[in-house]
Design a protein around this ligand. Structure first.
Ligand code: AHR
Length: 495
């Protein structure tokens, strides 16, 4: 029997709903086919947005979507994507497969997608190959309510009211695909760009996100935070779980060994340490009245592409191993909610660790999607302290903790999410609840063999199922048996 302690008297604040954010890039079949379809494809849609996909995203209450990239963002010139679709410039997507990008999905279409899903837009500007004027104009186009050249152009293109886009990224991975800059050079650019990312409505101030570190490149984070920190609200952090001997021989998504799994869990948990190191850098660089926040706007498993698919499209399957990784990361973000205010999994559809996979008119929900469904009660809830008494599991060189947990409370309900990383054994858990008593508990889980996944022929191999949860000790405890390799949410009603 293992113990989990939930102490409702201690909290790190509110779990920002944006921790459950998504990332959608012009990459492979994420936007085109995944979200946006043309009439001739015959797939039910509203204004081009797939109805099945939009409904699935609404169900998990996607709070924010980052767009248009990624590496694509630093090659994207937003004016190519406005005005009559047939007149839009066709360009080459040089980062992803060298395919033709016809710009039929542009600013209006992205903001229409956000409207349909009910998500906030997060637009990443082009610092690598764009201009300050171009980014400044983009903000004016989206946010200016009165008369101005860009507001007038927006109206001419059919949108009267401003969208009031709050989140603006000042470039993407400018240490790499976004221009291979030094941190000093980027910090100067970031200051210049941020200066001209203006507020057009004091009731809707913009929120600026500087390009932060690639994983544990703390020098990048330090230089940018110190030199440009006062001009932005947050720094980003990118961290992918990449396993295998080297980049070319990365792990496959559905065929892997137990030792590959242990390596995946171990490398995923490294993000917790990296976030803490980045947070420490941001705290040191922040001035008292301006605390810089951390936004993990790209994270997830990066495996080999599915055999026979375009290597530039990054299309991979998604198994129970991905569910475990999603659960571990989301628990780590929740427990750092005083500083981590947004996270965007890469990516929303058909790319990397996706929520949804599509094949023509067919759509499947991945194990990762089901984890987002289980965790949605954490959004905007009051974080409460929780920890697990774990044993370490060993496989060869890798040692991993057997359990991970995070908890929150909202409207008289406690939400406790637990990952049992043990691929072989169920876990009998005694949850000790402090600070409140509970009168009832219900548990739902995503579990299965590590390689279990959904296919277009068998879309429900992995889905959410209920498991027993029993209130004990007159409301001071909950007993639950977690299946092997599972992610579980326990919702308890407070007395
Ligand atoms: O998500 C795929 C790519 O990974 C993004 O375009 C880039 O920012 C990162 O390197």
């Amino acid at each position: 029997m293992a113990h989990i302690v939930v102490n409702t008297k201690k909290s790190k604040g509110t779990v920002n709903k944006n921790i459950y954010g998504q990332f959608a890039e012009h990459l492979g079949r994420c936007i085109y086919e995944g979200v946006f379809v043309k009439e001739e494809e015959g797939i039910p849609n509203v204004n081009g947005m797939r109805t099945d996909v939009v409904n699935a995203l609404k169900n998990i209450k996607v709070p924010v979507i980052r767009w248009p990239g990624g590496c694509f963002a630093d090659t994207y010139h937003w004016m190519d994507g406005i005005g009559p679709a047939e007149k839009r410039k066709k360009i080459v997507n040089t980062n992803w497969g060298g395919v033709t990008e016809d710009n039929s999905f542009g600013t209006h279409e992205f903001l229409e997608l956000c409207r349909q899903v009910g998500a906030d837009p997060y637009i990443c500007g082009n610092v690598g190959s764009g201009t300050v004027q171009e980014m400044s104009d983009w903000v004016e186009y989206c946010n200016m309510g009165g008369v101005s050249p860009m507001a007038d152009l927006r109206r001419q293109n059919g949108h009267e009211e401003p969208w009031n886009v709050k989140y603006w990224g000042i470039g993407n991975e400018n240490w790499g695909c976004g221009g291979n800059m030094t941190p000093e050079y980027y910090a100067d650019e970031c200051k210049r760009y941020s200066t001209f990312v203006r507020n057009y409505d004091n009731d809707h101030p913009v929120y600026k996100i500087a390009c932060g570190a690639n994983a544990d490149d703390l020098n990048w984070a330090k230089v940018v935070a110190e030199k440009a920190g006062q001009f932005v609200d947050a720094l980003s952090l990118h961290y992918y779980t990449v396993t295998g001997p080297d980049w070319v021989n990365k792990n496959k998504a559905t065929e892997f060994s137990k030792s590959d799994y242990f390596e995946t869990v171990k490398k995923t948990l490294r993000l917790g340490e990296i976030m803490d190191e980045n947070i420490a850098v941001l705290k040191r660089a922040s001035k008292d009245d301006h605390q810089l926040k951390l936004i993990v706007d790209e994270w997830g498993n990066w495996f080999q592409v599915e055999p026979g698919t375009n290597p530039g499209f990054l299309y991979q399957q998604n198994t129970i191993r991905d569910a475990v990784v999603a659960g571990l990361n989301l628990n780590m973000f929740n427990d750092r909610c005083d500083t981590v205010v947004m996270a965007n999994i890469a990516q929303m559809i058909n790319v990397l660790q996706a929520m949804i996979l599509t094949d023509g008119p067919k759509m499947i929900l991945t194990p990762t999607y089901h984890v987002y469904d289980l965790f949605k009660d954490h959004m905007d809830a009051r974080h409460v302290e929780s920890y697990a008494e774990t044993e370490d599991l060993k496989d060869g060189d890798y040692e991993i903790p057997s359990l991970s947990v995070s908890s929150s409370e909202k409207e008289g309900k406690l939400c406790i999410t637990v990952v049992n990383t043990d691929p072989d054994k169920e876990a009998d858990i005694d949850i000790i609840v402090g600070g409140v008593k509970v009168s009832g508990a219900a548990a739902r889980t995503v579990a299965g063999d590590l390689t279990a996944h959904n296919t277009f022929d068998k879309p429900d191999t992995v889905s959410i199922r209920e498991i027993a949860a029993e209130v004990t000790d007159g409301g001071a405890g909950i007993k639950v048996k977690l299946p092997a390799s599972s992610v579980t949410s326990i919702i308890a009603t407070e007395m």
